[in-house]
Design a protein around this ligand. Structure first.
Ligand code: FAD
Length: 261
């Protein structure tokens, strides 16, 4: 048994092609909008959300659309208005990819219930040998010696059974067809505990992120997913403060000022 810690790696974020945006804006006489933008490597998500919102009304500057006589030039205020108006579709253009590493199948079962705005690629346990089971124990569990002794013994027994099956099925015998190996390792994973640590790439747009951070840090949510979504909340607040700065965090629960955009 290998004691592991759940981790989050933010591996992808949106990137704007400002030349292409400028070319479009010249078409609609809106290129002055670009002048007030910050263009650091962390600005693209917020800029993309503002771009999507302003495109809806051609609100690049006053007068371009005769119905729009005033435009917000302060991005923080503009995006706050988007959140307060629940104009959430403009947030769907910006997606972020997270590797959730050393997370249990308990967590992944719950995570996949969130469907709109996500993409998932999960490690296949059809190909993994489970003779050294990676497993996370929360601190309160590691502080309980009898629980740890019994849990470790049980996991070691499962590992021993995995090794026995691998020998019994002759999985390491020279020339065993790949298909046969896959068939048997797929059977063997049925004896893995739900707590076995695995991993996935989870990509979500900002609208989905706002909702799942709230739902999965709720005090009623499971402790591992709360821990992970607390980390995702921290990452997103640093990535896009104008879109994640309205949360207050109380006892690990992320509560947004603007709910369900
Ligand atoms: C604390 C907690 C405990 C839970 N316990 C259980 C449990 O015991 N058993 C269980 O089965 N599940 C449980 N769940 C999962 C829960 O029932 C939902 O499946 C999960 O939270 C995803 O739903 P969502 O509303 O967040 O939808 P998401 O998939 O995240 O979608 C976001 C929003 O889009 C809209 N939407 C999405 N899909 C549809 C649709 N098909 N039709 C209309 N609108 C849609 C809804 O407004 C939805 O809220 C639990 C969730 C939490 C947070």
């Amino acid at each position: 048994m290998r004691n592991v810690q759940p981790e989050v790696f933010l591996v992808s974020r949106p990137q704007i092609d400002y030349d292409a945006v400028a070319a479009y804006l010249r078409e609609v006489s809106g290129e002055r909008w670009l002048e007030h933008l910050d263009r650091g490597h962390l600005d693209d998500a917020q800029n993309l959300a503002e771009f999507a919102g302003k495109l809806c009304y051609r609100a690049w500057e006053p007068g371009l659309n005769p119905n729009v006589v005033k435009v917000r030039t302060d991005q923080r205020k503009y995006l706050e208005n988007i959140l307060s108006q629940a104009h959430g579709s403009v947030l769907e253009h910006a997606t972020f990819g997270f590797v959730l590493h050393n997370v249990s199948r308990v967590l992944t079962h719950e995570l996949v219930r969130h469907r709109p705005g996500t993409a998932i690629s999960q490690e296949s346990l059809r190909f993994v040998r489970l003779n050294d089971i990676p497993f996370w124990f929360p601190d309160w569990a590691t502080a309980d010696p009898e629980l740890m002794a019994r849990a470790t013994a049980l996991l070691e027994q499962l590992e021993e059974f995995q090794r026995w099956m691998a020998g019994h099925f002759g999985l390491d015998t020279e020339g065993i067809p790949f298909g046969e190996k896959k068939h048997k390792t797929s059977f063997m994973r049925r004896f893995a505990p739900d707590g076995v640590a695995t991993g996935l790439l989870w990509t979500a747009n900002i609208r989905t992120l706002r909702h799942t951070i709230e739902a999965r840090t709720d005090p009623g949510a499971e402790e591992e997913i709360r821990l992970l979504f607390g980390k995702i909340g921290e990452l997103m607040r640093a990535e896009a403060p104008a879109l994640f700065g309205d949360y207050t965090v109380t006892d690990g629960a992320w509560i947004p000022r603007w709910r369900k955009v």
